[in-house]
Design a protein around this ligand. Sequence first.
Ligand SMILES: Cc1cc2nc3c(=O)[nH]c(=O)nc-3n(C[C@H](O)[C@H](O)[C@H](O)COP(=O)(O)O)c2cc1C
Length: 321
Amino acid sequence: MALGQVGLRWLPLDRLAIFRSSDPRLAVTLGSVRLPNPLILSSMYDDLTILRRAMGLGFGAVTTKSITLGPRPGHPEPNLVRIETSAGPGLINCNGFKNPGLDAYRAALPGLPHRVPLIVSVAGESVEEYVTLVRTLGPFGELVEVNISSPNTALVYQWSQKPDEVRALFKALRAATTKPLIVKLSPDFSDANETAIIPAALDHGIGIVNYGNTRRVPEPRLSQGAGGLSGPELFPDALENVRRIRRRFGERVEIIATGGIDEPEKALSALEAGAKACGYFTGFITRGPLLARRILDRLSRELDRRGLGRLDDLRARQGGV
Ligand SMILES: Cc1cc2nc3c(=O)[nH]c(=O)nc-3n(C[C@H](O)[C@H](O)[C@H](O)COP(=O)(O)O)c2cc1C
């Protein structure tokens, strides 16, 4: 993993056309922002060189790591382990938001060219913290993602269990930026998501959900004894969540499907189930940077096969919206 990051940083892979697709039919609109295709690099990297390179590796948008008010060292190592599951290779992390903090990131972000849209992710422990983060960093992203779901920081993970406070949070955030807001949900709280969190978001004009984050699991090899599981074991639930949210909330909510997408067929299934876009991180590590191109080519072939002019038509035909 560390080697992977060094490679990503120093090898100018983003100059090679092989990683990208130029099929204009794959463009989608997310919260009024046009993405050249529906693939999103999910939140993990704060390094701006890596984010710049990732923008040339086939993604339709890339997401920053969740930035916090102050700099954080993260949890001590070991904070990331690989696992082999029957579904394929995954990760368990207890990263704990190692990041440079708001002031340093605000100073650095203007230096990042936006070859594709940037999603700025933030995480806080109070309404005031989120508002400060969104006000300050919102101007530097085309979209802003509100992480209320990382399992490795108790006060962030607990938002899903505090519906009244989440309402107040969404109200304050909607007033803090004009940018489209995304709420990143936890797969550990599917009931609360449907009965409280998504309705609160919609009531306050927040219409995009990213479903979702890692799932909390025990892991004795990690310094915290537990961490967030990512990778293909998450995919069956991620797909089911998209289907249920689509059925329950219809057109009112735009869904980014995230969790275990590491093969072209999975991305296709998530879009057919009604997702507007697909996010992944673990697949980028375990399957390599060509995964995006493989998915995009698969989507183009599907449009050819069905004689469809745009990806949105694929969703519509499948009963999504
Ligand atoms: C090492 C690591 C760090 C992560 N950091 C963040 C983060 O800062 N903010 C966030 O919202 N999600 C974070 N995630 C979660 C991913 O963005 C993603 O939601 C999750 O891993 C599920 O998708 P995947 O199975 O494709 O990896 C992190 C995941 C990993 C593995």
